[in-house]
Design a protein around this ligand. Structure first.
Ligand code: GRF
Length: 233
């Protein structure tokens, strides 16, 4: 939480899967930190929506566990602070030092919301505690179907007729937190994993900015596993 003096407006926002609301303290533009490991097309969509005034927020910082990640180049091209933080010795999660470094960078920024945009490591303990209820992710399937890797391939292999993407809060599970928004796309008879992935990716670029805008406007609350929108998506 970003706190800042007694003139603050206390706004009830996300409630991490409980009924007691977490209080956000806000008297500054809503600040977002984006984490990614890859090309950063979702970041580009988010940055475009911020620049167009569709998301009432600032992207304060972009962090990556991959030095050559396109997302860092996209951020720097937009004069947004961008840092590579070495992830440490593990393949699928951050080691303790790396986790501390990510948390410190986000707290120093400081950020109200952590947006995962293709960040390929599972977040654990300290990180989740530091930003409890304030981390969101986008996943390329209609969760709870096909969590994990290459969901578009899993969907095609399973033979579903409708695929899509999901924006959700991040908790200790993998692709498991309360669902904020979903967008469906058809699966065509002649789809390849690549063509389906491309269609899902295009849907992500529409869905993620809408969800982040609603969060920045504090139009979202969480009751149990249900995410309630004050205005329809
Ligand atoms: C997206 O497909 C997203 O669903 C998944 O990682 C991919 C990131 O793509 N979590 P990009 O780096 O935003 O282009």
């Amino acid at each position: 939480m970003v706190s800042s003096g007694k003139a603050d407006a206390h706004i009830s926002c996300f409630n991490r899967f409980r009924r007691s609301a977490i209080k956000f303290t806000v008297n500054h533009p809503f600040r977002i930190g984006v984490l990614g490991s890859g090309q950063g097309s979702n970041f580009v969509a988010l940055a475009g929506a911020v620049a167009a005034g569709k998301i009432p927020a600032e992207i304060a910082i972009v962090l990556s566990d991959v030095e050559s990640a396109g997302i860092l180049a996209h951020a720097r091209a937009r004069k947004i602070s961008a840092q590579f933080i070495p992830p440490g010795k593990f393949r699928t999660k951050l080691d303790e030092d790396a986790e501390r470094a990510f948390v410190a960078a986000l707290q120093a920024a400081p950020v109200d919301l952590v947006v995962l945009a293709g960040f390929m490591r599972v977040l654990k303990g300290e990180f989740l505690r530091a930003f409890e209820g304030r981390i969101v992710n986008i996943h390329p399937s209609l969760l709870p179907c096909f969590p994990g890797l290459q969901s578009w391939r899993q969907a095609l292999d399973h033979g579903v007729k409708v695929a899509g993407c999901t924006v959700h809060f991040v908790d200790a599970g993998v692709d498991a937190g309360p669902i904020i928004g979903q967008s469906a796309v058809p699966v065509m008879d002649d789809d390849t994993p690549e063509s389906l992935h491309q269609r899902i990716h295009a849907a992500e670029h529409e869905l993620y900015p809408k969800c982040v805008a609603a969060l920045a406007r504090r139009e979202i609350s969480v009751v149990g596993r249900r995410v309630i929108w004050r205005k329809a998506i």
